[in-house]
Design a protein around this ligand. Structure first.
Ligand SMILES: C[S@@+](CC[C@H](N)C(=O)[O-])C[C@H]1O[C@@H](n2cnc3c(N)ncnc32)[C@H](O)[C@@H]1O
Length: 457
């Protein structure tokens, strides 16, 4: 089958219509002819691109991609489109919907640094390939020599690792024979860096692999020490362990093999201690700017009341800590966060204690917000929402609507179309004070939206 692309969708892929069903194909522009087949997976169908015939049409927004792996690697979707056009495609549909339904101008924070913005990348190791998966393919990998969206320090590490692993033939994990040791390398860059190797559990029961890995890690750490003195930057190294079948990197077990168990990552003017396996915003610069904008709008309103600050889906408490610091602390009576992951809650407590000691009462609770019976709220409140891509659970929406103590909401979403749907349910109860669209993820289809809401009186 073939289809000539007419339109690029907000997911930065070309739209394909086949038998009244809509699909999309990556790396194309209008005019390209896509050859494809449709594969059935249970009740779902998936479009598989078999070939793309490029047309010699000049479009002013089409540019040469910077990365030589672009078009093969599943990491970036749109290096072939100039950045302002990418941003337009991602946001325009939703911008118009908001303009029509809320009659409010949207503030936009596209990325200034469109390359080298990510503070974390997880590369798969397979024999001596160190790379990323192909788009929509779980078992096909691209060997990545240099990644333009990760920080420069991370590319130096990738290169050091690649050169060393080539010498240790049996260490890279082979997913067909289930042999080898190293399954992933995760590289995190903040004020200092952290490198995490995800290894096959119990590999060290085989003496030859144990000796091989020990020699490898000694050589790797020696190289890191030399690099540290050359670039005046410090790294830590950790290893963790997963089963044969597990395709997950940087899990919370394991041990530190060099330096510390934490790295330091800035968020606005605050610096957080982040454990090797702890979640942190991959591009904190944009998220902190978005928050600054919303906080500025919030502070334009005279605040006579005192508030409890409630952070739902709080992770390690980064957003509530940032807001506590930025809002005049004297307007907050207490801070509470709820999150499903216990280790994140432990960290939130430590982080809060580190920044505020006993200046303000706080409580971070481990709970599943899809099942929670009651959210403890005792006072006039400001709510922070930052749910996963699936959005807010309907019961949480109901609770927000029916809890008059909630006066303000800072709602950050990594799935803006879903957030728009949810806004339809609460717009009769809350006024939209500001809408901020931000782009922490250039060249990908992801972006974030932050909405400041005020309960109607
Ligand atoms: C987008 S992250 C936000 C993290 C945090 N606000 C930050 O900036 O670091 C979403 C968070 O929701 C948590 N989460 C997912 N499902 C949840 C649930 N059912 N109940 C509570 N927390 C949940 C995840 O563990 C994750 O930490």
């Amino acid at each position: 089958m073939e289809f000539r692309i007419k339109k690029i969708l907000p997911n930065l892929e070309g739209e394909i219509e086949y038998k009244q069903k809509k699909y999309s194909a990556p790396f194309v522009v209008p005019g390209d002819i896509v050859h494809f087949k449709i594969k059935r997976f249970g009740r779902k169908t998936k479009l598989i691109v078999t070939d793309i015939i490029k047309q010699d049409i000049s479009l002013d927004y089409v540019i040469p991609p910077k990365c030589k792996h672009f078009g093969e690697c599943g990491g970036c979707k749109a290096q072939h489109l100039n950045y302002s056009y990418q941003w337009y495609l991602k946001t325009n549909e939703l911008k118009n919907l908001y303009l029509n339904s809320f009659l409010i101008a949207i503030k936009e924070i596209p990325s200034v640094n469109i390359f080298h913005y990510r503070n974390r990348m997880d590369f798969l190791v397979s024999d001596d390939c160190v790379g990323l998966r192909k788009p929509h393919r779980f078992d096909e990998f691209v060997d990545i020599e240099y990644c333009h969206i990760q920080k420069e320090e991370a590319n130096i590490i990738l290169n050091i690792f690649r050169n060393i692993i080539k010498k240790y033939k049996n260490l890279g994990y082979n997913r067909k024979t289930n042999t080898g040791v190293i399954k992933y390398i995760t590289i995190r860059i903040g004020i200092d860096g952290m490198i995490i190797f995800t290894l096959l559990k119990d590999y060290d029961k085989q003496e030859d692999l144990k000796i091989l890995y020990n020699n490898f890690i000694d050589e790797f750490i020696n190289n890191i020490k030399q690099l540290e003195s050359r670039i005046n930057y410090s790294f830590s190294v950790k290893e963790c362990y997963v089963d044969e079948k597990a395709e997950i990197s940087n899990v919370s077990n394991g041990k530190i093999v060099y330096n510390h168990s934490y790295l330091k990552i800035p968020f606005g003017e605050l610096v957080f201690n982040v454990p090797a396996d702890g979640f942190f915003q991959p591009n904190p610069e944009i998220i902190s700017k978005m928050l600054d904008n919303a906080i500025e709008d919030f502070l334009k309103h005279k605040q006579n009341e005192k508030y409890q600050l409630i952070d739902l889906y709080c992770g390690a408490g980064i957003l509530s800590i940032y807001l506590t610091r930025k809002l005049n602390q004297s307007i907050l009576t207490s801070v509470m966060g709820i999150e499903i992951i216990e280790s994140a809650i432990e960290l939130a407590k430590k982080n809060f204690e580190y920044f505020f000691g006993d200046q303000i009462p706080y409580n971070f609770i481990t709970a599943d917000l899809n099942k929670i019976k009651e959210i403890p709220i005792n006072n006039t409140s400001i709510l922070i929402l930052d749910p996963p891509r699936s959005g807010l659970h309907p019961k949480i929406i109901e609770w927000i609507i029916n809890t008059p103590q909630i006066k303000w909401i800072f709602y950050l979403s990594c799935n803006p179309p879903k957030q728009y749907e949810e806004m339809q349910k609460i717009k009769s109860i809350f006024d939209v004070e500001s809408i901020i669209f931000g782009d922490p993820f250039p060249h990908t289809s992801h972006w974030e939206s932050l909405i400041l809401l005020k309960r109607k009186v």
